[in-house]
Design a protein around this ligand. Structure first.
Ligand SMILES: N[C@@H](CCC[C@H](N)C(=O)O)C(=O)O
Length: 300
């Protein structure tokens, strides 16, 4: 049943407050507050504000952002994702695995393979179920988009960006650009521990050469099937994991001759591992965990 802005009266001040039910979930430590929009109704103009509020570790619930699990006209379910700064993203790999788990476990879908709509298109999820619980999910993330126009990055529209020298604050770095429905800049480092995540990350994210901002990934190549990975996410800063970022890292690594097309690569993120294959037909497959942390009611 739809609850139109559940309203409660605060017993102390008689102040009217609104509330919604939420589920906190994470994919490898990349946590979001999930709201089931089949049941709840949040005002469009308040979504950015709510994302900022719930994400705050001290005064909210604490998360990397807000994810809405919505009805769709073209799929059984649609995902919308808001970063912790309130900006709306177009895709979220860890979010997709959690949405798939939620949709299956809450009966929004009955099949183990189904479509999810995102702002950047349709993807196909497959849940792996044991005793009625989803313990991992594979998502076909579709084809990476590689042209500057698609990333987006200023410059000659059709050109791709592979190990391109680029200057930030007087230093030259080598960047590979990939869109997985959202923008990613991939940089290689010798030692993942020394990656300049918090120093270079925010500078690259906001650089004017990326008109929509960009997610920034640092990658250490272990061998042709294994990568270490750290991320500075657009709109959320350092997170434990980024699913689309890990896919971008694998695509970038194939383009740079560091890993192989059509072979599974293990990406070690701060929060755990993802298994990613850039298939011969162009699709990127991502497989990994999705976890429920808690449920609750949020008052605002
Ligand atoms: N954590 C995500 C990506 C979330 C959106 C991103 N910060 C953006 O603004 O594009 C993932 O797992 O992919």
């Amino acid at each position: 049943m739809m609850t139109m802005y559940s309203v409660i009266k605060d017993v102390c001040g008689g102040e009217v407050m609104r509330s919604f039910s939420f589920t906190k979930m994470h994919g490898l430590g990349n946590s979001y507050i999930y709201v089931n929009m089949f049941k709840e109704c949040l005002a469009e103009e308040e979504l950015s504000y709510i994302a900022k509020r719930v994400s705050n570790v001290h005064t909210g619930i604490g998360s990397d952002g807000l994810i809405l699990i919505c009805p769709s006209d073209v799929a059984p379910v649609k995902m919308r994702i808001f970063n912790s700064d309130g900006s709306e993203g177009k895709n979220c790999g860890n979010g997709l695995r959690c949405v798939a788990k939620y949709a299956y476990e809450h009966g929004i879908v009955q099949e183990e393979q189904f479509l999810i709509e995102t702002l950047s298109g349709l993807v196909e999820a497959r849940v792996f179920v044991e005793d009625g619980k989803v313990n991992s999910v594979e998502v076909n993330m579709g084809k990476p988009r590689l042209s500057r126009a698609e990333i987006p990055m200023i410059g000659k529209e059709d050109d791709i960006v592979v190990s391109e020298p680029i200057e930030f604050e007087g230093h030259t770095y080598y960047m590979t650009g990939v869109s997985m429905g959202n923008p990613h800049a991939v940089f290689y480092v010798d030692q993942i521990e020394d990656a300049p995540v918090t120093s270079l990350g925010p500078i690259v994210e906001k650089d004017e050469r990326f008109p929509e901002g960009i997610n920034v990934e640092f990658v250490e190549v272990v061998n042709d099937r294994e990568l270490h990975f750290r991320v500075w996410e657009r709109g959320s800063g350092v997170t434990q994991a980024c699913g689309t970022g890990a896919c971008a890292a694998v695509v970038a690594s194939v383009l740079n001759g560091k890993t192989k097309r059509n072979e599974e690569t293990v990406v070690h993120l701060a929060g755990g591992d993802l298994y990613i294959t850039w298939k011969e037909n162009g699709d990127v497959l991502m497989r990994g965990a999705a976890e429920t942390i808690c449920i609750g009611v949020y008052y605002y």
